[in-house]
Ligand binder design. Structure first.
Ligand code: SF4
Ligand code: SF4
Length: 718
């Protein structure tokens, strides 16, 4: 459970997690295995259509939560269940404690429930003098260790079998072998008595079906069936967001949930409970009782929020953590408060308050991997940025981000500062293209990659001499540079120009353009992001061009997706921003899919290459093939790297804020690249070039790192 008060304290705890070798190894293995098993589980299925089914079903239910609750209550109570509604976590805990007291309960068994974790139910019941035993194996282990879960589906994923054997040795007072099957037997033996003796069973629920008053549980261990049937009282604690109109809606979710969670077509047990289970009053003199406690805790308000209501679509599959490069490095105790992963970063703010969320929401690299696998189609990276912005609006904006926002909003000031920095950097470059030692504003933790120097002449100063005319152009494009290529890597843009000119494309470089605005959006500065977007939409008139082309994947994704959102409801620029965004294309898409360039323009026989897919190209722009196809067109041999579409750890301002994590992600990426034996690494984003080239240089790797435009241009015949 992450509770650091300051960002510094949080970074310290993250550093400790990074130093945990077992955690790192376990997370690496799991990340690779998960991706493969998920792909197998969804083979030959239309995932997008399944996810759309889930999000539609959940959205429709969220619009009428109150009605569904009343319908559920009516139907469930007709079956002999008592239905309660708790406004807050405390209220839910009190209701359950009261039920226990009224029924003379002393011992409680529980099956896994994130909602009960949310309310800290165990603490409350133990405080009331009850003995509570978790019966899900992972939950039991972390209960014995007095820890919270580190994953929503696999709560003890951070522990080795040896640690579990030591723990079981302590609990049983007998030496326990670390062989997994034996450990499972120990748990079964220890827990069996608890099942037999418990007075009350507490479960969660994955679904609450309004038209029958049924709850559904999706589990793998079978313990939930014992919890809900054996004791004389069963209480289900259920978030209001689990309400659905009918069974068919639940079945739509069931097609996706286990496949997305664990790569299983279906879990071992899917249990539907309508009314109290059969019981034998003759043994106790009382009938079985069943209570369902619905938890609001901000859900009804959230359901009406135009931006955030989508978080209630979440089906708690945990996939957003499984694919997250940051979670993979630091584990769940540092990547969530109670709820883990991308969704945890967001709901922590709503369920547990901004104190708990403040540091967490800054630890997102914006790679989009979570959004790409979300079972409910939630735009998680965008919502994380929105929570960050909201917290800053509520608490005041930190000086650093306010200063960056002020500078980026003013193009002339920004460019003047970059030109001054170019002059000021001379003592630390020693005439090379790199900063040989880092200025004082950087700590030694930033030393994991060599940082490039600002170029002597930015692209915009070179443009008048580079401009060319095409008599009968195939198309007319505006070149959008982004600030990194304009001021740090102008040679990448020059290479792009050579390619475009060789293929009959008329290019203009509108001089009033500036940074795309992604850095300020990443820092929670929504207003500045809007101002910068306005500036660029004013600088580039989409009516004058067939395409707005950029060599930066991050710019492409931000211009395409964020500009309509940022400016859409401003009547003066909204329609123009839509048109602008629709014309944005990455260079590779223009060359491969639109112009369909062929090998005639290139010399044969390039060196062996491998490829890193920028997050904002493969996920942001959904482009997976064009750069590799172009490399083949230009005569390069290709060796694929493992995890080609996994983040390199750059993330713009992220790598400055969390250099330790950025460095670790980069190390994994460079190992995969090194294993290919390729001589040239190609990518299509200047940020990735900066990270990979700087990292390779710092590690003394022989591989050359180039932007796609440079790699293609150097094979041009003319
Ligand atoms: S965008 Fe990437 S880093 Fe951020 S939460 Fe999602 S997967 Fe993790
Ligand atoms: S946000 Fe999406 S991926 Fe994450 S747990 Fe919820 S449904 Fe699964």
């Amino acid at each position: 459970m992450q509770e650091a008060k300051t960002l510094k304290g949080y970074r310290h705890e993250v550093g400790r997690a990074l130093a945990n070798d077992f955690l790192r190894e376990a997370m690496d293995k799991f990340a690779v295995a998960y991706r493969e098993s998920r792909a197998r589980a969804f083979a030959e299925m239309d995932i997008d259509a399944l996810v759309a089914d889930v999000s539609t079903a959940k959205d429709q239910a969220l619009h009428r939560l109150d009605h569904l609750y009343s319908q559920f209550k009516h139907n469930a109570e007709a079956m002999g269940v008592k239905v309660h509604l708790a406004a807050t976590a405390d209220a839910a805990n009190r209701i359950i404690a009261d039920i226990a007291r009224d029924n003379g309960v002393r011992t409680v068994i529980k099956s896994k429930s994130m909602t009960a974790e949310e309310t800290l139910l165990n603490h409350h019941l133990e405080h009331e003098g009850l003995t509570v035993t978790e019966t899900d194996l992972g939950e039991w282990i972390i209960q014995l260790r007095h820890e919270g879960p580190s994953h929503m589906v696999m709560p003890a994923i951070h522990l080795s079998r040896h640690q579990v054997a030591d723990l079981f040795t302590q609990v049983t007072g007998q030496h326990q072998d670390s062989e997994i099957q034996r450990l499972v037997k120990v748990a079964r033996r220890e827990l069996r008595q608890k099942f037999a003796q418990a007075d009350m069973g507490i479960s969660g629920a994955n679904f609450a079906i309004a038209d029958t008053g049924t709850i559904g549980l999706v589990t793998n261990e079978g313990n939930a069936r014992l919890v809900t049937t054996l004791p004389r009282v069963h209480v289900a604690l259920v978030g209001l967001d689990k309400l659905l109109p009918g069974l068919l809606d639940a079945l739509k979710i069931l097609r996706v949930l286990p496949r997305n969670a664990t790569g299983q077509a279906i879990t071992s047990y899917v249990t539907w409970i309508t009314g109290p289970a059969e019981y034998h009053p003759s043994e106790t003199g009382t009938a079985k009782q069943m209570h369902i406690v619905f938890l609001d805790n901000g859900r009804r308000a959230l359901a009406g929020d135009p931006i955030f209501s989508q978080v209630l679509r979440c089906v708690r599959c945990g996939a957003c953590a499984n694919v997250c490069p940051v979670y993979r490095m630091v584990g769940g105790h540092q990547y969530g408060h109670i709820y883990i992963g991308a969704i945890g970063l967001i709901v922590t703010y709503f369920f547990h308050g901004r104190e708990k969320a403040r540091n967490l929401v800054q630890n997102c690299i914006n790679c989009g991997a979570c959004k790409a696998v979300c079972a409910a189609g939630i735009d998680l990276p965008q919502l994380i940025k929105e929570v960050h912005a909201r917290i800053q609006d509520e608490e005041g904006h930190p000086l650093q981000s306010t200063m960056l926002a002020t500078v980026l909003k003013n193009r002339r000031l920004f460019h003047t500062l970059l030109r001054s920095a170019q002059l000021a950097q001379r003592p630390v470059t020693g005439g090379t293209a790199y900063l040989r030692h880092l200025p004082h504003i950087f700590s030694k933790q930033h030393n994991f990659r060599a940082l490039p120097a600002i170029a002597e002449r930015p692209f915009r100063d070179r443009w008048p001499a580079l401009r060319y005319r095409v008599a009968q152009p195939r198309c007319k494009v505006a070149l959008f540079s982004g600030c990194v290529q304009d001021f740090v890597y102008p040679e990448q843009l020059e290479a792009g120009l050579r390619l475009l000119s060789a293929h009959g494309v008329d290019v203009d470089f509108p001089m009033e353009q500036s940074c795309c605005g992604l850095p300020v959006a990443m820092m929670g500065e929504n207003k500045a992001a809007r101002d910068v977007a306005r500036q660029n939409v004013a600088a580039i008139d989409p009516d004058r061009f067939d395409y707005i082309v950029t060599l930066c994947a991050s710019c492409a994704s931000h211009l395409r997706h964020a500009y309509p959102r940022l400016l859409g409801d401003e009547s003066d620029v909204g329609p123009k921003a839509e048109k602008f965004a629709a014309k944005v294309q990455p260079l590779s898409v223009l060359l491969h899919h639109i112009l369909a360039i062929d090998y005639a323009a290139f010399s044969a026989g390039g060196e062996t290459t491998t490829y890193h897919a920028p997050c904002h190209l493969c996920r942001g722009m959904d482009e997976h093939t064009a750069p590799k196809a172009l490399m083949a067109t230009a005569g390069y041999g290709f060796i694929p790297a493992a995890e080609e579409e996994t983040c390199c750890g750059f993330g713009g301002t992220y790598s400055a804020k969390f250099p330790e994590i950025s460095a670790e992600i980069l190390t994994t990426k460079l190992s995969d690249i090194d294993a290919t034996g390729a001589r040239l690494l190609v990518t299509e984003c200047p940020g990735c070039v900066m990270q990979l080239r700087g990292g390779a240089r710092q590690r003394g790797m022989k591989i050359r790192v180039a932007h796609l435009a440079e790699a293609l241009a150097e094979r041009l015949k003319i």
